[in-house]
Write a protein that binds this ligand. Structure first.
Ligand code: SF4
Length: 370
């Protein structure tokens, strides 16, 4: 059964009600277990669990250290292009926004790679808007070998592709793909994606399955927190993770939890998640799944990120620029996808990680090592 079929069995209103009706008894039952199911996960993200965050944090910290040690893996996004042929109401790159559009040519790409290398990163996340014409497979075929020659771990966050296209990119060195469903609520998804190929909810939803079939080493999933009611969306992410792990047991998985940030266009989130609730969510994912990588971007503040280090997070971006060409040329400010919150230099973030008693991992994977 596909995940789309599994998702169709849930009723949004019933899921919302189930999570919000959980009691402290449900939370305590979940906390008493070693292996949690989806019902337990609902309890841990419910309002009833807000009084148990300290206990959840302690347990999350222990589980994370057992599985990952006291480490934080560092990565940096490289924005290759802000061209996009979709309209997504919440994004600065949305086609209707009047911003200067840019796709890095090979010279600009080399300049960005030089600038990023000098910062010390070895794990790079390639990001583009979704424009098949300008940044489709022809462009990826061109850039991937150049990037792979200089970075041992290459991830992508671009438009969903077909299985054969993923297979080709894997053969060129692609290690991981992040594809966030944004929201698992079909109606809300249609509302905030009024135009473009991204409107195809089912094609996007099936992307992790195409990735698994293509044999990707790692895939990242998640929801854009605030697009719809956050508790329900985060529950569907957990259900999706469970489905994928069972089917694609050879792949590794990561989850991100981006909270909506201000951007060009002034979109207002539908539900707002507090810092405390984000801590609750991070711990809930860890307790539900001790093996999943949990990733925190520079959307979050310096204060929050420093405090989140021991909670369950295993990878962080640092010093991110969300504008194409932003590392080699720091003067341009007109092309950002969203405002970042933590703009500390990588060595400063690394020092904060070290001060918390953790080790920064700049490189943790090389194909040559198997
Ligand atoms: S979210 Fe992605 S697809 Fe939508 S406008 Fe932004 S870059 Fe384009």
């Amino acid at each position: 059964m596909s995940f789309a079929k599994q998702l169709a069995q849930y009723d949004n209103a019933a899921v919302h009600l189930a999570i919000n009706s959980k009691t402290t008894v449900d939370v305590e039952r979940a906390l008493a277990k070693d292996k949690l199911d989806l019902d337990d996960f609902q309890a841990l993200i419910s309002p009833a669990a807000e009084g148990y965050i300290e206990e959840m944090a302690q347990r999350s910290m222990r589980l994370t250290q057992q599985r990952f040690g006291k480490t934080q893996q560092f990565y940096i996004p490289l924005y290759l292009s802000n061209m996009c042929s979709n309209i997504c109401d919440y994004c600065g790159f949305s086609m209707g926004n009047k911003i200067r559009r840019l796709t890095l040519d090979m010279e600009e790409l080399e300049a960005e790679l030089d600038a990023i290398k000098q910062l010390g990163f070895d794990h790079i996340l390639l990001v583009t808007g979704e424009s098949e014409r300008k940044v489709g497979m022809d462009y990826f075929r061109l850039v991937m070998p150049k990037i792979k020659a200089r970075f041992s771990h290459v991830s992508m966050e671009v438009q969903p592709l077909d299985q054969a296209e993923y297979e080709e990119l894997i053969s060129l060195g692609l290690d991981a793909v992040m594809v966030y469903q944004e929201t698992y609520n079909r109606h809300r998804y249609a509302e905030v994606h009024p135009k473009g190929r991204k409107r195809n909810f089912d094609y996007r939803l099936a992307t992790p399955e195409r990735l698994g079939d293509a044999g990707i080493r790692k895939m990242g999933i998640g929801a854009l927190i605030g697009l719809d009611e956050w508790r329900s969306d985060c529950f569907y992410v957990a259900a999706h993770l469970q489905y994928l792990e069972r089917k694609y047991w050879k792949s590794k998985f990561s989850i991100s939890f981006p909270r909506l940030r201000p951007c060009e266009g002034g979109f207002q989130p539908k539900s707002v998640m507090s810092d405390k609730q984000l801590v609750q969510l991070i711990c809930a994912y860890r307790l539900f799944n001790p093996d999943v990588e949990l990733s925190l971007s520079t959307r979050e503040s310096e204060h929050f990120r420093n405090h989140a280090i021991p909670l369950g997070i295993t990878s962080m971006s640092a010093f991110s620029s969300t504008q194409p060409g932003g590392y080699a040329d720091t003067s341009e400010k007109a092309l950002e996808q969203f405002e970042i919150s933590d703009d500390r230099r990588p060595e400063v973030v690394a020092e904060a990680v070290t001060n918390a008693g953790y080790q920064v991992v700049w490189k943790d994977w090389d194909r040559a090592l198997g």
